[in-house]
Ligand binder design. Sequence first.
Ligand SMILES: [Zn+2]
Length: 279
Amino acid sequence: MAGRVTLAKAVLSAIPMQTMMLLKGLCRDIGSVIRRFIWGSSSDSPKIFHINWEAICQLTDRGGIGFQKVYGQNLPFIQKLGYLLITRPQALWVRLLHEKYRINEMLPNSVVRTNYSPLWRALSNTWKDIKANLAWSLVLNNQGSWDISKLSLVFMTDATRHILGIKPHDPQAGPDLCAWRWITDQGFELKSSYSTRIATCWEDSSSLWNHIWKLQVPQQIWIFLWLAGRQKLMTNLEHCKHSLMDNSNCPICHRADETTLHTIRDCDSLQQIWHRIVP
Ligand SMILES: [Zn+2]
C-alpha cells in the first residue's frame, strides 16, 4: 500500500494541478480512480476500502495522509479566475470575456448566462462564494469620502449607513484595492483557498500522528503505524466486521479477540519482546 500511496500522490493527485479547471464529474472520476488504486482494488478484484476518503484527505497531523480532494483542489483555480476577472479589468482576456458575456459592472450579482461554456458555468456556480471572499482594502472616492456605490456592492443598507457615519481613512494611504479575504498581499493563493474551504472538515489534531510522521523509517512502516493508529489493521476482528470470517479470536494465544491493540501490544506472544524494549 505504501508504494501505491506514493505513486498516487506523485501522479494522480497532480492531474488537476497540471490541466487546471476540470469539470465536477471528471474530478469525481479521478477521485474514484485514486481511491481504488490506493487500496489495490479493480473491477476483477474488488477490495475493501478500510478508511474512508474524508479521513485520508485530512492533514497529516489530523489523522490523514495528506491527499487533497480533487474537486476541492480544482475549485481554487476557478475562484482564481473569478478573482482575476474582478481585479484585472484592463487585461485583454478579461475585456474579451466581459464583452462576450456582457459584463458591464465590476461586481455583478450573477454571471449566469443562457449560453455559456462549461468553464463559465463553473465560474457562475461559485460566483457567490468568490464575492463573499473578497475584501476592499480602502473604499474611498477621489475626494477622500466613502465611495457609496462600492460600499453598497458589498454591504447591506444598514451596514453601509453605519460605515458612512465613520470618519474615512487618510486618502494618502493609497488607491482602492480589492483583495482575497484570507491573505494580506492583495494576491490570490491556491493553497490558502483550499485550506479555508475545507477547514470545517478537519478532525482534531493529535500528537500521535506527529510522532508517527517524524519517525525516520521506511514509508511502509509509516503506513502500518497510520493504519494501527486508525484501528484499521486487518485483524481477525476487522475480518469479522466485514463478514470475511466468523471467528475473531487471536490465532496465536486464543485468549482474546484479535484487535489492533492485541496484535501489536497485548498478545501473550509479544510480551517477551515488549519486556526487552520496556524493561
Ligand atoms: Zn494473542
